[in-house]
Unconditional design. Structure first.
Ligand SMILES: [Zn+2]
Length: 176
């Protein structure tokens, strides 16, 4: 669960909503930022696993992006044809890009112009920093692992920092 705020653009974005058992924890964390669920303008779920989509219905006022689907104003479903070269732009500084991860339709959120430079909230495209050295992805011949490895390389090429799905934010070594 990652909160992104761009006050100049009027955006309060939550990336991933935790598991159903995280409900009180999530409400409490929002309160620490003086926010109620209805203050959240956008929710992005990086993929459909239960630990990432568990508290969706707290945010009925928000625009939702779930994997490659987008829902606005209650029941207006839109399919967005996300490709790496065709991101979904939430605002000038925030976009959603296609990144394979635990599923082939995982997405990541790219935040530009923050005080840390370009931050990519990557869901389980990068589960944790140690996942950077996952040889399986590089050596496997499966199409899925190849897609995942290619998209990870693209994230590594643009990110100064990565917020992984299950671990601490880490800095990307630019010499990579
Ligand atoms: Zn996960």
């Amino acid at each position: 669960m990652t909160l992104v705020r761009s006050q100049s653009e009027g955006i309060t974005l939550l990336v991933d909503t935790g598991s159903p058992w995280d409900r009180q924890f999530l409400i409490q964390k929002l309160q620490e930022h003086e926010l109620q669920p209805q203050d959240v303008t956008h929710v992005v779920c990086t993929h459909g696993h239960v630990d990432h989509v568990g508290n969706f219905n707290l945010f009925t006022m928000a625009t939702h992006v779930v994997s490659h689907d987008m829902v606005k104003d209650g029941d207006k479903y839109t399919l967005h044809e996300l490709r790496h070269d065709n991101p979904f732009q939430i605002s000038k500084s925030i976009s959603v890009i296609a990144t394979a991860g635990q599923t082939s339709r995982d997405v990541s959120v790219v935040v530009r112009g923050s005080d840390k430079g370009v931050v990519v909230i990557a869901g389980d495209s990068f589960e944790c920093e140690a996942h950077l050295h996952d040889d399986k992805l590089c050596k496997s011949k499966s199409d899925f692992h190849r897609l995942h490895a290619t998209r990870r390389d693209k994230v590594l090429a643009i990110a100064d920092w990565i917020v992984p799905g299950h671990g601490k934010m880490f800095k990307v070594n630019q010499r990579r």
